[in-house]
Design a binder for this molecule. Structure first.
Ligand SMILES: [Zn+2]
Ligand SMILES: [Zn+2]
Length: 376
């Protein structure tokens, strides 16, 4: 009896052979659609907590140092483009304009903001919020329309839980709660992006890959990814302790058959602590801009995919299929990980078909189901 191989069958990672069959009949159309929705989802995810804006600001500010693929000495033309962009940026930029404004008004508040590298914060926070709301509603709305409205009468073709849809009340709830979280997280991201743009010294993000060398870049990216996965697992597991579950995390678990919107519909306290945890390493460990942005995009993308309710396997051998997190919403206290099965395997919290689960069965391992419940 091998429980782990049983669970591997339950949540196979990476593309399985059967997965290719759907590509054959209409390869181009389906791949195009997949690419299109992937870009939309990545945009929606990265804007949901305002990080899209944060990384745009990082890139914009450090354009001159951003020679990841083209070292400066080997590519003069690109360097010139970078320099001209930089000088253009210096001649007309928001920072300069607001500096003049702050000199004129010369008030106490602006001085305090400058002391904390937060000048322009009143421009950047609304910008971050605007980007978040716009992408979230336009992209999220499109995805809802494509699956949940257009294909609503054929759920067995695409849905993890074909018999189950969110009630109208819960659909509204996830939009409202998601909008509140966008406000909280977008504000946090807006403040952080202002800090980074103004050269805040606490951030350890670097932009020139040669600064620490290529091997460091690769190793630090992998370590950061695993660190994010560990933080997500343990934080999520803690949220399933009875006190935290009842007071915070239950807000997210009212969506028994989640949609992409559910991904950001969390208790605002839970949401902002999560965002803070994921960003924490950038203040302690030197991480390349691409590593940070890459891991975040990956995390957001699969965060949305995993909540989409659409039955899909991932292409990566380490990334569990959508069913894995969908089952977390269906069975409550199991499958706590997000981007690997490592920690669930290690702690024995993968869902098992011979155990019984429910909202009142805490601990992550279910309870003995007895003979009849074996096929749960
Ligand atoms: Zn949960
Ligand atoms: Zn969830």
């Amino acid at each position: 009896m091998n429980k782990s191989s049983k669970n591997e069958e339950l949540y196979p990672c990476g593309l399985q052979d059967k997965q290719w069959s759907w590509l054959k009949p209409d390869f181009s159309g389906k791949v195009l659609f997949l690419v299109f929705t992937s870009i939309l989802l990545a945009l929606m995810g990265s804007s949901a907590r305002g990080e899209l804006f944060l990384f745009a600001v990082m890139l914009w500010k450090n354009w001159d140092d951003f020679y990841f693929f083209y070292p400066r000495e080997n590519n003069d033309s690109l360097a010139k483009v970078g320099d001209s962009f930089q000088s253009e940026k210096n001649s007309v930029n928001v920072s300069e304009a607001s500096k003049i404004l702050s000199q004129n008004s010369n008030n106490f508040l602006n001085k305090v903001l400058e002391d904390y590298c937060l000048q322009d914060v009143y421009i950047q926070v609304p910008m971050a919020l605007l980007t978040s709301y716009l992408v979230f509603f336009v992209v999220g709305g499109y995805l809802q329309w494509y699956y949940y409205i257009k294909k609503r009468d054929k759920p067995e073709e695409w849905k993890c839980q074909p018999q189950r849809f969110l009630t109208r009340e819960n659909e509204r709830h996830e939009i409202y709660l998601g909008a509140v979280c966008l406000l909280v997280n977008g504000t946090f991201s807006g403040i952080l992006s202002t800090y980074v743009k103004n050269g805040g010294t606490w951030s350890k993000v670097y932009f020139d890959v040669n600064k620490y060398g290529f091997p460091y870049f690769i190793v630090s990216t992998i370590v950061y990814f695993l660190l994010q996965d560990a933080a997500s697992y343990y934080y999520h597991r803690m949220l399933h302790w009875p006190f935290f579950y009842r007071n915070f995390h239950k807000w997210h678990h009212r969506y028994h058959s989640p949609t992409a919107f559910s991904a950001v519909a969390l208790h605002p306290v839970e949401s902002v602590v999560f965002q803070f945890l994921l960003l924490l390493p950038i203040f302690f460990v030197p991480l390349h801009f691409v590593s940070v942005a890459g891991c975040f995009y990956y995390l957001y993308y699969y965060g949305l995919i995993d909540h989409s309710g659409i039955d899909m396997d991932s292409i990566w051998p380490w990334q569990p299929p959508v069913r894995f997190h969908d089952d977390h919403h269906k069975y409550f206290h199991c499958n706590f990980g997000f981007n690997t099965l490592l920690f669930d395997r290690f702690h024995g919290t993968l869902r098992r078909t011979d155990r019984k689960y429910g909202e009142g069965i805490f601990g992550g391992k279910g309870s003995p189901a007895g003979k009849k419940a074996k096929k749960a």
